[in-house]
Write a protein that binds this ligand. Structure first.
Ligand SMILES: [Fe+2]
Length: 196
């Protein structure tokens, strides 16, 4: 039966899209319309891989004090809906407080110790801790200057946070840019405590 699979003693059933493929086959015009796009994607995929390693990145952005490592070449997968990378934040470094108006973001602490800031709350970030940052919330992470080891933070975003989306009008803005524009402060910014 179509949809039955068997590998090394394991078998399973699934809807494998075969029927959809038959529909495309019956419509040469529709198949032809998708062909250039799919051909381009398959070409690009040859530049990527499905498996990577956090500590053997295929490329890195060398931001001073917080290099960003890409275990997989995401540029090879322009159709993707997620972005992910790892920041190795040196003691005394961090990234700017910023927000995204569209993306869910998760932080996963791979190693070291640092701090994650979400809406003015400074949270301890230890190995294997996980953070969720909803769209529209100010956030950042940093490695306190007194530490002696890098703070390895895996970051996962969906939809992807990318320059292309910014060009389409999605907003990613740093807090200093926001303040410069004179945009309204949030409640936590009006507190008089040390977390301001
Ligand atoms: Fe972010």
């Amino acid at each position: 039966m179509a949809g039955d699979y068997s590998i090394k003693g394991y078998t399973w059933k699934c809807a494998d899209g075969a029927e959809t493929a038959e529909v495309w086959k019956a419509s040469p015009e529709a198949a032809a319309a998708t062909q250039p796009v799919m051909a381009k994607l398959r070409e690009l995929e040859k530049l990527g891989a499905f498996k990577g390693n956090l500590f053997r990145p295929v490329f890195s952005y060398n931001f001073k004090g917080y290099p960003r490592h890409h275990p997989i070449n995401l540029a090879a997968f322009p159709q993707r809906h997620v972005d992910f990378d790892m920041h190795s934040i040196e003691p005394g470094y961090g990234f700017p407080i910023h927000l995204h108006d569209y993306a869910d973001e998760n932080y996963l602490v791979i190693g070291g110790q640092g701090k994650v800031v979400i809406e003015g709350e400074v949270l301890d970030a230890d190995q294997h801790d996980v953070f969720y940052i909803p769209p529209g919330k100010w956030h950042c992470a940093f490695n306190p200057a007194g530490n002696c080891a890098p703070f390895h933070l895996f970051i996962f975003q969906t939809p992807r946070v990318s320059d292309e989306l910014n060009e389409l009008g999605y907003v990613e803005i740093t807090k200093s840019q926001w303040d410069k524009l004179g945009l309204p402060k949030k409640k936590w910014e009006n507190r008089s405590d040390e977390r301001k």
